[in-house]
Design a protein around this ligand. Sequence first.
Ligand SMILES: Cc1cc2nc3c(=O)[nH]c(=O)nc-3n(C[C@H](O)[C@H](O)[C@H](O)COP(=O)(O)O)c2cc1C
Length: 186
Amino acid sequence: MRDSQDTPGGIHPLLAGRFSPYQFDPSARVDDQALGLLLEAARWAPSAGNSQPWGFFLGRPGEPDHDRLLSHLAPSSARWAADAGLLVVTLTRRHVDATPLLYSEFADYDLGQAVAHLTVQAQALGLATHQFRAFDLEGLTKDLDPNPGWAIVSMVAVGKAVGEPREGRGRRSAAHLRSAPWAPAE
Ligand SMILES: Cc1cc2nc3c(=O)[nH]c(=O)nc-3n(C[C@H](O)[C@H](O)[C@H](O)COP(=O)(O)O)c2cc1C
């Protein structure tokens, strides 16, 4: 299996141009209109049984909730996420009330799709996103105290990217994806 360092060819520029920046412009704001469109994009993601098992907690610089979120960042993410114009905590509802339909099986999958929608909408607005797990999950969970059945999954920094994509973000080839990488070795 070889990783490809090629620039993505032929796919939509919003997808080809996306990368997770390690530097954000601290002076670039995410205004209410942009924020509304990011959530609107997430809202229209597909989900199992249209269960929409997602929720977001938001903070922008200058808002009390931003300070709250900053206090839970790991040193590795604080270096760049603190300068982003918006921090998003993503939550999923893995458990459902007694029902014959078990939506919870797909809760994380559905949340991921909603976040993917958000990242593409961000690109369309000239914003970049960096999803991350480098935060104190236990501390943040204690702080936000989500309702039973809800779980924090990740965070997303959104803002104006500074600089170019880092080296080492190559991808497995498309041929590899269809070469049954999941099958047991003969
Ligand atoms: C669920 C998830 C968790 C991630 N956690 C981190 C993280 O803790 N720190 C970090 O620097 N990047 C994190 N990333 C970003 C990935 O490292 C990045 O998406 C990957 O290297 C591919 O690079 P690209 O997004 O620029 O294409 C995470 C991404 C996802 C989707």
